[in-house]
Design a protein around this ligand. Structure first.
Ligand code: PGA
Length: 242
């Protein structure tokens, strides 16, 4: 079942989402956090950093796992997710460096890297609080719509829709990496609690489809319907077709 909370705008969504982190980390300082990239979570990271600067939240014992990373994009590239996490969150959050996990999309052996990441997740998991955005095609992480979905961390060829959507971050569409590493549906669905953020009118169609869909691999986010603790936080624009 997906609970839905509709708020006015992106700022309000960030505030609501941040309260979940605050109460989790107050209860469990060494919580395992599943983190996401993309434009959607940026206001949330800002909010969390603000709470941190007021000493209202402490990440010093938290263990963080990102959902995905592009393949063959140097970590130093502005659009790598490693760089995104540093710029948006880690450079000001007191997460221990060895507790900041993200797949290595430049690993020499990518299959081995998937195994390593999967093992690490099993070792530390389940994730206490998984943050998700949703692609306009219904992907979560980089679990793209397909006839079947993968349980574990895997290499994925990005769909045309995702390459097109993500080209807004690059100068040219050709620069968008064709492949990525993504955690699979199992680690997402084994999380104790999931927050799905959807912001803006460009997400209205997929939010409507999600809330009216049965469970189908063609809309990977629809698998969230079988989880017992998912909250969809969306702004009025993303909820406008509901
Ligand atoms: P966005 O991406 O936040 O940049 O819209 C969401 C996603 O693709 O998961």
């Amino acid at each position: 079942m997906i609970k839905i909370e509709i708020v006015k705008d992106a700022g309000a969504a960030a505030k609501v989402a941040a309260t979940h982190y605050k109460s989790l980390l107050n209860d469990k300082a060494n919580a395992v956090l599943g983190l996401a990239t993309g434009s959607t979570p940026i206001p949330l990271y800002k909010e969390l950093l603000e709470l941190h600067s007021e000493n209202a939240i402490d990440f010093s014992q938290s263990i963080c796992f990102n959902l995905d990373e592009y393949c063959d994009l140097p970590n130093t590239h502005r659009e790598s997710y490693a760089n995104f996490m540093y710029e948006q969150f880690y450079h000001l959050a007191n997460v221990e460096e060895n507790n900041r996990h993200i797949p290595d999309g430049n690993a020499h052996d990518l299959e081995k890297e998937c195994e390593r990441y999967n093992d690490l997740l099993s070792q530390h998991g389940p994730i206490d609080l998984q943050l998700l955005g949703i692609g306009r095609n219904g992907h979560i992480g980089f679990n793209e719509p397909n006839t079947e979905l993968k349980a574990g961390t895997h290499i994925v060829k990005l769909s045309e829709a995702t390459v097109k959507d993500n080209s807004r971050f690059f100068e040219e569409e050709e620069e968008v990496p064709a492949f990525a590493i993504s955690v699979g549906m199992k680690s997402i669905l084994s999380s104790k609690k999931i927050i799905l953020l959807a912001i803006g009118e460009e997400k209205a169609k997929i939010v409507h489809a999600l809330m009216h869909s049965g469970i189908t691999t063609l809309l990977p986010a629809s698998f969230l319907h079988i989880h017992t603790n998912v909250t969809l936080i969306c702004d009025e624009a993303a909820a406008s077709l509901l």
